[in-house]
Design a binder for this molecule. Structure first.
Ligand SMILES: [Zn+2]
Length: 283
């Protein structure tokens, strides 16, 4: 079927007009109530959400190997629990990455985690990482910590992943029954002991015969995720993959301390002019 310019024009006319109005309203809202990047504090353009393109590009990406090739993160779980795939979005190797995690974890900005989940899913949707995954499960917090913080940041990460991939979120399938003390300063073996038996599978029928993607914010030794995955694996014929936003090497565990007197402070990168990034630019 051929379309002439005349035939197309009215369609464009009627479909673009509301879009134009929305775009103008969006621009006006941004002018009146400017939004700023949570990492560098520079002003965001109309297409950016929470984080500017420059900052998201500055994070060191973990390369997902796929195609049956195994990266360092998948090898981390070998000999502990059988998993299908595992990867993270970026390395937890800089103060910028550290501040980004702390913003949504300790400073009441959980939707930043949702945005990061969306960004990761957008980048990975053309790989095989999400292939065959039937459901998303966030690593649960103990109820006391959840009340103290007001939310579970991993719930927001899975929201972002689900929005892009369409994979359903499986809620309340596993519960954290013990509020284990901080893992910081513990040896690898002590961490394994510290998290043993802290989760309880509550709805095995929901995860049975499914491929589950278990999601958390930061991966260090993998002890907590392994403990939760082992509990999920008690369900019949369940397969498990793992995703975290950040991957931290043990050597930089000092970055993971829960803040005590920490201020909402950023280590600002060199300022980038606002017009450096065009609206068409993807990040
Ligand atoms: Zn920025």
């Amino acid at each position: 079927m051929q379309f002439s310019t005349e035939n197309r024009w009215p369609m464009q006319h009627f479909s673009s007009k509301p879009f134009l109005h929305l775009s103008l309203l969006h621009d006006l809202a941004d002018f009146l109530f400017p939004r700023h990047c949570v990492m560098c504090r520079n002003r965001l353009n109309t297409t950016e959400v929470h984080i500017c393109c420059g900052c998201i590009r500055s994070l060191h990406r973990v390369v997902y190997h796929g195609d049956g090739r195994h990266g360092a993160i998948e090898r981390l779980f070998w000999e502990r629990i059988p998993i299908e795939r595992a990867t993270s979005f970026f390395y937890y190797d800089s103060y910028e990455a550290h501040n980004l995690i702390h913003v949504f974890k300790y400073f009441n900005r959980p939707t930043v985690a949702q945005t990061l989940g969306r960004m990761f899913a957008e980048e990975m949707k053309h790989t095989d990482f999400f292939d065959g995954v039937d459901g998303l499960v966030s690593l649960p917090l103990h109820w006391q910590k959840r009340i103290q913080r007001g939310y579970n940041q991993s719930d927001y990460i899975v929201k972002g992943l689900s929005e892009v991939t369409g994979i359903p979120i499986l809620r309340n399938t596993v519960r954290r029954i013990r509020n284990n003390p901080s893992q910081t300063h513990l040896s690898h073996q002590e961490r394994e002991e510290n998290v043993r038996g802290i989760f309880k599978l509550t709805k095995p029928e929901v995860v049975s015969h499914k491929h589950i993607l278990l999601v958390d914010d930061v991966l260090t030794t993998g002890s907590t995720l392994t403990s939760c995955a082992m509990e999920l694996a008690r369900a019949e014929d369940v397969r498990i993959s793992i995703f975290t936003l950040a991957y931290a090497h043990e050597m930089i565990d000092f970055l993971i301390h829960e803040p005590r007197d920490m201020e909402y402070e950023f280590h600002v990168r060199p300022t980038v002019a606002e017009d450096t990034y065009s609206e068409e630019e993807e990040c």
